[in-house]
Design a protein around this ligand. Sequence first.
Ligand code: FES
Length: 104
Amino acid sequence: MIGPEFLAVAALDVLSETAAHAVDVKGRTILLCLQAGKVFAISARCSHADQELTCGAVRNGWISCPAHGARFDLATGEPLNPPATTPIMTYPVRISGGMVEVAV
Ligand code: FES
C-alpha cells in the first residue's frame, strides 16, 4: 500500500510556540503551529467566513481567527466556539532531519 506523500516545507527551528508559520504547499497555504513541542498543520482559511487565520493567536492547542474570534483545535480542526461551526482542514505532519514534512 502506498502512503501519503510527505513534502519538506520548513525547518523545525523556524517555528515558534506563539504564532503560526505559513507555507505554500502545492498551491495552497498551510499553517504550521508548534505547541508543546508538537507540530500541527492546518488550513490557513477560517471555516466561518473564509478569512485568513495566519495572524491568529496560537495558545493551549488552538488558533483563534482574527476576524470574529472563533478558535480551532490544532489537532482536529474542530471549532471550539462560535461563530465557526465546521472544522478546518488538518494535515498529517512528520519531522525528518530537522525538517517539517506535511502530507497534502
Ligand atoms: S471568519 Fe473566522 S470567525 Fe469569522
